[in-house]
Each structure stands twice: as structure tokens, then as C-alpha cells.
Write a protein that binds this ligand. Structure first.
Ligand code: ADP
Length: 393
């Protein structure tokens, strides 16, 4: 169990590449936190600094009360699982899992019967140590359902089984913190879903602080208690998957989280009597009561409206000021739902995820009703802050 705290952590690689910039983050004891972001945003570097595989240029990392900046990786009490899990090919599964513990034995060498003649106590301690390792390996194997594979060598295992062994190797160490770096990306889609659920179950069972790096936002959302979205060496937002989806702090997070991604429309805020509206030059959409107070400060100014594909639905009797007229392009059936790739009157592409029962065909002109209380408004320049949230805080 451990709390992991980053304070002003910066990493600059040779060549002046700033991989992580002034990171402040507290990962709570027992928390499962996921670092996600596009390739090159600094997530692996962050993890590798916790592991001690990269030096820290500035700032401190603490695990519990101990600053670990200058502590060797082996003394940090962490266990890391990589994408390339590199099992020892000449060792059985059992030995692969036991190996790290065997190296750390205090009484290594005293288990030999002849050692008994020199020191019966040490001989017994060595036996006890050996039994403890055996128990940990067998317990971990049971948790992961690989008891039947302990005598096999890695080449006789499937990808998923190898991955389980790699995770098992981390579990037996019973560390303070688990670090996972894209551990499932070599697996096929079905296996990945299974292993993901397994890692989540494992966390529930062992309750060890876990930091997990991944580039896929959908996977990130399914795994983390909290998700840290990074971009260009900076943390953009760190919160629960629900909050990330419902209250993205800026346009980047809004567009990064969610599948299909959020639609963005450029327009201006106008006033008509008591009502505010968003005008994209073709359609006028009422600003919902939830947003009115915060958006009022932007009358006459440009804003970007973000609307998730699932907040659009074809409607024939929608109240005025709640629809966007679109031309339907490609329709992708997904079983219960379908994705409609459409474009607005101004030619802006728009994806709508709608009920598959609705009759919508390529070439149709359709009025899509917008859930006006569930849209977002972003500043068109700078960080593209979510206007609603900025004014709320
Ligand atoms: P991510 O895991 O998000 O894909 P990384 O942490 O691996 O990102 O990399 C962050 C940035 O640091 C990238 O620009 C990458 O090119 C750079 N970088 C990573 N490792 C090194 C290195 N050993 N030397 C120089 N630059 C590096």
C-alpha cells in the first residue's frame, strides 16, 4: 500500500526534449490511476521515473513519506509490467515467477543439507524462506488461473498466458505499487478485454496502488478510478472517468475522450429577448437553462459548441431552436445503434449515434435534435477552455 506523490516533476531528455513539465499529482493509497494521452505526451516517462528507470530533472517523487529520486529501482518496492514482458525462455513458469524472490533471499545457499551441520538455524530459515516463496508463487498462480502451467516454458504458452505469467511475476513480489506500461497491447482484442477485467479484479483483490499507462482512451475509461489525460508533457485533467466525459476542462480532453469523438461547431452567441442562442451561421440553437448564466458573458462573441454524437437524435416534433438540419452521408449500423456521418448546412462534418430503429438513409435531410443542456461551450482560442466549467469555479 502506498501513496505516490509528484511535486513539480520535470523531465528533460538530452537534446532539450521536455517530456514531462512541472507535474503535480497525488496518487492515493490503493488507487488505480491511468495515465492516457497521445503518443509522445510523456506518460511512459512519468511511469519510468516512478520506477527509477529515468532520472528526474527537477522536482520530487515520493512513495509514502520517502523521496525516491535517488533510490535505486530495486529498493523502491515497486513491480513493473511492460508491453514486452520478456520472460526467461529457459526457465519454467514457476521459476520465472519465483526468480525475483529467489535473488532476494537472505539465506540463499543455506538450504543445502550440509549447511545444517554448520548452522541448523540458518538451514531452517532457508527452508522457511523457500516455503514462503513457493506459497507466494502458488497463490499468485491461483489468482491468475495458471496453476496448471507452472512446469511449462514460455514458448509453450499463448500470448495471454505469457501475459498472465508476467503479471504473476509482479504479484509475487507483493510490492507497494504496481506499474503497468501498456501491458496488453500485444494481445488480440478479445484477450485484451479479458485481461483488462482480470487486472481490475486483481486490483480489487490485492488493493495495491496501481499506475497504468495506456494510449487508448476507451480502455483508460474502463480501468481507472481516476484517469490522468496528458498532452505535450502537461496534465490536462485528472478526474474520474465519469467527470472526464461529462465535464472535460478543455477542447482537447473533450475531443480525446469518447467514441465516436465529440463534434465541434463554430458559431457566435446571440441574444433574442430573454433567450440566448448559438448561431453557426445557418442554424440557431437555444442555449439551455443549465448554460445560460455562464454563456451570457459571451454575447456577441465566437464560441465553439461541443456536442457528443449520442446527444443528437432525429426528431420531427422538436421544440424550435433545438435542431440542426443535416445532410446524411454514410450510415454505419452497430446493432442497437447506428453511427450517422452527416454534415451541417455549412458543410461541417457531424457524427450522430442514434437508435437503429430510426429510418435514416444516405442523402436524407434530417433535423437532428440537440440535447441543449448536455452540450459544451469552449473558447475558440488558447487552451480552448470549457467556458461552463471555468465560470463555475
Ligand atoms: P508516451 O509514453 O506518452 O508515448 P514518452 O514518455 O515515451 O511518451 O515520451 C515523451 C517525449 O520524450 C517524446 O517526445 C519522446 O520522443 C521523448 N523521449 C522519450 N524517451 C526519450 C529518450 N530516451 N531520449 C530522448 N527523448 C526521449
Amino acid at each position: 500500500m502506498a501513496e505516490v506523490v509528484f511535486e513539480g516533476v520535470t523531465k528533460i531528455y538530452p537534446g532539450n526534449v521536455k517530456a514531462v513539465d512541472d507535474l503535480d499529482l497525488t496518487i492515493r493509497d490503493r488507487e488505480f490511476i491511468v495515465l492516457v494521452g497521445p503518443s509522445g505526451c510523456g506518460k511512459s516517462t512519468t511511469l519510468r521515473m516512478v520506477a527509477g528507470l529515468e532520472d528526474i530533472t527537477a522536482g520530487t517523487i515520493r512513495i509514502d513519506d520517502r523521496v525516491v529520486n535517488d533510490i535505486a529501482p530495486k529498493d523502491r518496492d515497486i513491480a513493473m509490467v511492460f508491453q514486452n514482458y520478456a520472460l526467461y525462455p529457459h526457465m519454467t513458469v514457476y521459476k520465472n515467477m519465483a526468480f525475483g524472490l529467489m535473488l532476494r533471499r537472505r539465506y540463499a545457499g543455506w538450504g543445502h543439507p550440509l549447511a545444517y551441520l554448520l548452522s541448523p538455524e540458518r538451514y531452517r530459515a532457508a527452508r522457511e524462506e523457500r516455503r514462503e516463496i513457493d506459497k507466494r508463487v502458488r497463490d499468485a498462480a491461483a489468482i491468475l488461473g495458471i496453476e496448471g502451467l507452472l512446469n511449462r516454458r514460455p514458448k509453450a504458452l499463448s500470448g495471454g498466458q505469457r501475459q498472465r505469467v508476467a503479471v504473476g511475476r509482479a504479484i509475487v513480489r507483493n510490492p507497494k505499487t504496481y506499474l503497468f506500461d501498456e501491458p496488453l497491447s500485444n494481445l488480440d482484442a478479445k484477450l485484451r478485454v479479458e485481461m483488462r477485467a482480470e487486472i481490475k479484479r486483481l486490483h480489487r483483490r490485492v488493493q495495491t496502488t496501481t499506475i497504468y499507462v495506456i494510449h487508448d482512451q476507451e480502455e483508460a475509461m474502463t480501468l481507472g478510478d481516476r484517469v490522468v489525460v496528458m498532452k505535450d508533457a502537461f496534465v490536462q485533467q485528472c478526474t474520474t472517468p465519469f467527470e472526464l466525459y461529462e465535464r472535460p476542462v478543455n477542447r482537447f480532453v473533450a475531443g480525446f475522450v469518447g467514441t465516436p469523438p465529440m463534434n465541434f461547431l463554430e458559431g457566435r452567441i446571440g441574444r433574442d429577448g430573454d433567450e440566448l442562442f448559438f448561431d453557426d451561421g445557418q442554424c440557431r440553437l437555444l442555449v439551455g437553462p443549465e448554460h445560460r448564466q455562464r454563456v451570457a458573458a459571451f454575447v456577441g462573441q465566437p464560441l465553439i459548441m461541443g456536442v457528443r454524437p449520442e446527444r443528437l437524435a432525429p426528431a420531427t416534433d422538436a421544440p424550435p431552436g433545438t435542431t440542426l438540419r443535416v445532410t446524411v452521408g454514410v450510415v454505419e449500423p452497430l446493432g442497437e445503434r447506428m453511427d450517422v456521418y452527416a454534415s451541417t448546412g455549412r458543410g461541417v462534418p457531424l457524427i450522430c449515434r442514434i437508435d437503429a430503429q430510426k429510418r435514416v438513409h444516405e442523402g436524407d435531410m434530417v433535423d437532428m435534435q440537440v440535447d441543449v443542456n448536455r452540450v459544451h461551450f469552449f473558447e475558440p482560442s488558447g487552451a480552448g477552455s470549457n467556458v461552463g466549467l471555468a465560470a463555475a469555479t
